[in-house]
Design a protein around this ligand. Structure first.
Ligand SMILES: Cc1cc2nc3c(=O)[nH]c(=O)nc-3n(C[C@H](O)[C@H](O)[C@H](O)COP(=O)(O)OP(=O)(O)OC[C@H]3O[C@@H](n4cnc5c(N)ncnc54)[C@H](O)[C@@H]3O)c2cc1C
Length: 318
């Protein structure tokens, strides 16, 4: 019997698949990455490129479900649900709602804060390991509030960040904001600035850089759509149109498509899709100094390559 060529197959060459492949490779595993479209062909190209380590607070916060109807009724609000999907999303919404109850929220907050702490250190190791410092922006983040009432309502969240060691400065006038980012409409009167916030210069470029590093060290990436994933004894058979690969382990990092692949091997994961949107303005559109978050509007403005990317909105709609 021939020895399998790979120890692990990673399905998906987005940021999660490529990062997982790199780590497994470091641990001495022979890894093959399969993606139907190529490296960073989906969400990992179109995001805002932020390492949001200051965001220690889970989305499922107590009271969030009370805010949802207002957001849903506002056509420019931060949340929408496609009408055709409204019934399908109910089980996930119930999970989400349950996670926002006080008894679960405390544990989720601790888990998220611990994860951020671990990830922060892991990222620095990764940047060094792949000689990637030139692809990182260390320009901080400005979180804007429209008026004092909005700012005061957000103060408890800044207290929580403080208790988890997040560095920040609170700004209480348009002038103080302009010292960090000139050109903001003065109706944004207050802000929190997190100086340690980091972004990648462009999310696609960053993922491609990691993928190049993985390939230079002998890793393999192939363009192929995974059709089925099945158990065979103690192994897994991963089938594309052309090959059946039998391996000891498979990592499903297929983003929004992971749920249906996981179901094939009997894993029912409570995953649904959160779609977002972005548009990228050309170079010179705005002299952006830092990553900007418009807290209650649900979008961010950030550099992407030479351009300025406006991204956000949460749409639940598969
Ligand atoms: C507008 C917007 C802004 C965002 N901003 C940020 C941000 O600033 N910071 C942040 O941390 N996150 C952000 N996110 C979220 C982030 O982009 C995603 O969490 C991340 O890109 C997911 O990466 P992934 O590798 O899991 O999935 P993907 O990048 O979607 O990769 C999945 C890959 O799997 C492949 N695939 C799927 N099915 C198969 C199959 N059957 N066979 C083979 N290949 C398959 C796909 O082709 C794809 O390449 C943002 C998202 C959006 C929409």
């Amino acid at each position: 019997m021939s020895t399998p060529a790979y120890d692990v197959i990673v399905v998906g060459a987005g940021i999660i698949g490529i990062s997982s492949a790199l780590k497994l490779q470091q641990e001495g595993k022979r890894v093959l990455v399969l993606d139907s479209k190529g490296v960073a062909a989906e969400t990992s190209a179109g995001n805002a490129g932020a390492f949001a380590f200051a965001d220690v607070i889970p989305l499922a916060t107590p009271g969030i479900m009370r805010k949802a109807p207002k957001w849903l009724l506002d056509p420019l609000g931060p949340l929408s649900i496609r009408p055709a999907y409204a019934f399908k999303i109910i089980p996930w919404m119930l999970h989400f709602w349950r996670a926002s109850w006080k008894d679960r929220y405390g544990a989720a907050l601790k888990a998220q804060a611990d994860l951020m702490e671990l990830s922060k250190a892991a990222l620095e190791r990764q940047i060094q390991g792949v000689n990637g410092e030139h692809l990182i922006r260390r320009e901080g983040q400005l979180q804007l509030y429209e008026g004092e009432a909005e700012f005061k309502a957000a103060l408890p969240s800044w207290q929580i960040r403080k208790s988890h060691g997040v560095q920040f400065e609170l700004l209480e006038s348009p002038e103080a904001i302009a010292n960090i980012q000139p050109g903001i409409d003065p109706r944004f009167t207050h802000a929190g600035f997190t100086p340690e916030w980091k972004n990648v210069v462009h999310p696609k470029t960053w993922t491609e850089h990691l993928a190049d590093h993985f390939c230079r060290l002998g890793g393999a990436i192939q363009i192929a759509q995974v059709m089925t994933v099945k158990h065979r004894d103690h192994d897994v058979v991963v089938s594309t149109q052309e090959h059946n690969y039998e391996v000891g382990h498979v990592v499903l990092a297929a983003g929004a498509w992971s749920k249906s692949l996981a179901q094939q091997i009997g894993d029912s994961i409570p995953l649904d899709t959160e779609r977002g949107y972005n548009t990228t303005l050309p170079a010179g559109a705005f002299d952006l100094k830092t990553h900007i978050t418009f807290s209650n509007h649900g979008f961010v403005v950030t550099k992407a390559g030479d351009g300025v990317r406006v991204g956000g909105a949460v749409e639940l709609g598969a």
